[in-house]
Structure formats: C-alpha cells, structure tokens
Design a protein around this ligand. Structure first.
Ligand SMILES: CC(C)(COP(=O)(O)OP(=O)(O)OC[C@H]1O[C@@H](n2cnc3c(N)ncnc32)[C@H](O)[C@@H]1OP(=O)(O)O)[C@@H](O)C(=O)NCCC(=O)NCCS
Length: 409
C-alpha cells in the first residue's frame, strides 16, 4: 500500500506518540502525552507517514528564532520527533515528511531549520550542516583554585515563579547577544525548574543560584544538582551544572567559582557547553578543567540564503559571488552576490559568474561563524572558480567567538 504523508489531526495523537516512542525505543504513557500537547502544538507543523491509516513515521517542528552573529534573530523551524517505525525504515518515509515540512517552512517565510541529530550521517543529504560544537567539562576542584578575588553576590533561591522570572530575564538578555541561541518555549521554564511534571523525565530537583551585580540586579544564574559520592570516607560529590548563563565576566567567573568551592564537591560537571568556554582561563591550574566529547551540536539548514546572509554581520569587509547547490531550490542552485561587513550585508541575486560553488549543508555549518566553510565543504565538495575564493569566503563568514549550541530542544 502507498505511504501517505500528511498533517496529523488532534484525534490521531495517541497513534502519533505510539509510533514515535516505538521508533525511540521508549514506552511512555501515550494518552497522557497526547493530553499534554493537544492545546499547545501547532498542528500545521505535525506530520505523519501513514500506512493503511496507521501512523508509521513522525516529524514535527516548532516555531523559534535563532540569534545570528551581530545579534539579529531570524525565524526558524526547530525540528523534533523524527522517527520511523523499525518495520518501515529505508523506504523513504522520513524523506517524504522532511520535504513536506521544508516546503511548508519556506511558505511560512522561515529562513532556517534547526535540529540535533541522533546519528551524524542522517541529515547532510537534506541540506543540514552542524553549525556549532558542543562539549562536556569536568572540573577536578581539588587540583585547582581560582584566579582573582573571591566574587560576591551569589544567592541561593527557591525555584518558584518569582525566581523563574528572574532567570528568564537573564536568559532573554543573554540570548539576544549569543549567536546560536534560540527562543525558549514557555513550558520549558517550569519543567526545567521542577515546577511541573514532565511525562518523559522525572521531575527536576536541584538548586538555583542567582548572581546580582552591585546595584542588586540579577545578571547570572546557575541551575545545578548534586550526586552523593564518597571515596575512602571522604566526600567526593559530583555537582552537575544543568545551566549557567551570565551577562558579565564577573557573574560568569563568580558563579563557576561558587559551584567549585562548595564543600563536599569533588567534581563539577557540565554538559552541552562550548569547547571555547572561558572556564579554564579562570583557574590557577587550567588542566583541572577537562574538556571531553566535543561533537556536533545544533545543525542548521538554510532555506532563504539571501535573507540569511543579510541578517548577520561580518567581522571583515568582503565581496563574493557565491553559488549554493540546494536540491530543494527551483533550479537546484542559487547564486548571490554578497557584499558584507561589520555593519551588515546585502545579498542580491545575480547573473554574474560565481567565484565559488558550495553545498547548502556547508553554508549551514559556516553560517553561525564557528565552523570554517573550507572544512565544512570537505563532506560534499566545492568548486572554486577563482583561486582563493574558498579561503576568502571562509574568512568572511568566521567569527572570533564560537557560537553557542542552544540546549532548549
Ligand atoms: C532516522 C530515521 C528517521 C530514518 O527514517 P527512514 O524512513 O528509514 O529514512 P528514509 O528511508 O527516508 O531515508 C532517507 C535517506 O537517509 C538515509 N538514512 C536514513 N537513516 C539513516 C541513518 N540512520 N544513517 C545513515 N543514513 C540514513 C537513507 O539511507 C536514505 O538515503 P538515500 O537518500 O541516499 O536513499 C529512522 O531510521 C529512525 O527512526 N531511526 C531511529 C530514531 C532516530 O534516530 N531518529 C532521528 C532523530 S534526530
């Protein structure tokens, strides 16, 4: 029987969650999940692959905004729930759903799609490229102290609506200046602070530290949990940082230091951070901050190249006629003349000869400034029509600071 790709109706949600959780090898309460989302999901964005009326593949996006270099935000679709039942794999079900939602996202005027890939090889063929790297840090607190004065201004607060709103204020100010961060969905605040039940995970139980500047304004926070661990009758507890964001260098350094100097703590661990973090530079022994698992984080798929390139700023001046191969574009490729600099850019359609041809997945990787276009092009190749054009484009798109991989999927 032919597979039908179409949007999922609200009365099909339990079937949707049944297929999705089967694909993810999980057994949640599907009726509860359906109840939980029915009033909040945008059903224009929820896709199923149907076989004989039953859902066998799932795909969904939600509307977000992505902060780009320079601090502008662009409308984007955050991709999630991508699964196909084990009985129906490698028959094009995911391809069908992906292409349907990509077309819908273009119609809605979204400039990009974003996702985290469960497995690296899946998404390059659909025009996605890893746009930033994420990493894990572990500080062995017994082998280091912190440089500088011991900071003040940390306060432990009860996670509740009031402290949530203070956290929100910091996050909003932080994301506005942090390339790679996205808008956080409203329900996440309460589940991340353990103020509501989450059907997938146990309720969060932990601690919330706020940092205040000299005027008393909150300018940073850390959300963390402790894990009891003793070795030879000595406390070696593990402290896991779920989130730490700060608006100033002082708040950043003070919060890390506060966490590392808590009695009983042997190790401070943090996942889904960036490899370029300033953390080791705050320590008298930088090797005490061990970096591991540096992998691809958020992937970026650009739909509207001209708007994407014009939305961001560039740290150098440059001009380039760029041709981008995109199987989903009307002619399979798009050519733009990019004139870019610190104040912004224009990207016009042009008939002029291209100086460089790259794949859309490579441009997605390089777009946020953290991944070089030259490296990103190795996977699918490039064509240099002017010697040096790839190096020029690489340098033009790069930023000094690494983008951040949003953790809010
Ligand atoms: C990943 C998954 C959704 C793919 O679904 P599918 O319907 O089998 O994919 P399709 O048949 O549409 O495949 C499209 C293309 O992707 C390739 N592909 C699909 N899954 C792949 C994988 N895991 N690794 C490498 N390539 C993959 C296919 O070979 C095919 O390639 P082609 O275009 O060269 O022919 C499915 O395998 C799955 O549910 N996996 C477990 C859950 C998961 O990992 N979800 C992704 C969450 S980010």
């Amino acid at each position: 029987m032919a597979i039908e790709i179409r949007r999922v109706r609200t009365d099909e949600l339990t079937d949707y969650f049944d297929a999705m959780s089967t694909g993810f090898l999980a057994r949640p309460d599907v009726a509860r999940l359906a109840e939980d989302v029915v009033g909040t999901w945008d059903f224009e964005r929820v896709w199923g692959a149907f076989d004989g009326g039953r859902i066998r593949g799932t795909f969904r996006t939600w509307a977000t905004e992505l902060t780009v270099p320079g601090g502008a935000t662009i409308p984007a679709a955050a991709v999630t729930n991508v699964t196909v039942m084990p009985t129906h794999r490698r028959r094009g079900l995911m391809r069908g759903m992906t292409l349907a939602e990509h077309a819908a996202a273009r119609d809605r005027g979204e400039i990009a799609a974003l996702l985290y890939a469960a497995e690296y090889p899946i998404y390059g063929r659909f025009g996605y490229g890893p746009g930033c790297r994420e990493a894990k840090w572990a500080i062995d607190v017994s082998s280091t102290t912190f440089t500088g004065e011991s900071g003040a201004g940390v306060e432990l607060v009860t996670p509740n609506e009031e402290s949530r709103d203070l956290m929100k204020g910091v996050f909003e100010a932080w994301r506005a200046r942090q390339p790679g961060e996205i808008r956080r969905r409203e329900f996440r605040w309460d589940s991340d602070l353990g103020l509501r039940d989450d059907v997938w995970d146990p309720r969060w139980k932990g601690f919330l530290a706020l940092h205040r500047d000299r005027s008393g304004a909150v300018d940073g926070y850390a959300r963390y949990r402790g894990e009891d661990k003793w070795e030879r009758s000595q406390p070696r507890n593990i402290l896991t940082v779920d989130e730490l964001h700060a608006l100033t260098d002082d708040a950043y350094a003070t919060l890390w230091r506060f966490l590392a100097e808590i009695d009983w703590v042997g190790t401070v661990k943090a996942e889904r951070r960036t490899a370029g973090e300033r953390l080791p530079w705050l320590l008298t022994n930088a090797r005490a901050a061990h970096l591991s698992d540096v992998v691809d984080g958020m992937w970026v798929r650009l739909f509207d190249l001209r708007r994407a390139l014009e939305a961001r700023t560039y740290e150098r001046e440059g001009r380039l006629v760029l041709e981008v191969v995109d199987a989903e574009a009307p002619d399979g490729r798009i050519r733009v003349e990019l004139e870019a600099g610190p104040d912004g850019a224009t990207a016009r359609k042009t008939r002029r000869s291209a100086e460089l041809t790259v794949d859309v997945s490579a441009l997605g990787s390089a777009y946020l400034g953290g991944i070089g276009l030259r490296k990103a092009s190795l996977a699918r190749g490039w064509d240099e029509h002017r010697t040096g054009a790839l190096a020029d484009a690489d340098a033009l798109l790069r930023t000094l600071d690494e983008p951040w991989c949003s953790t809010f999927f």
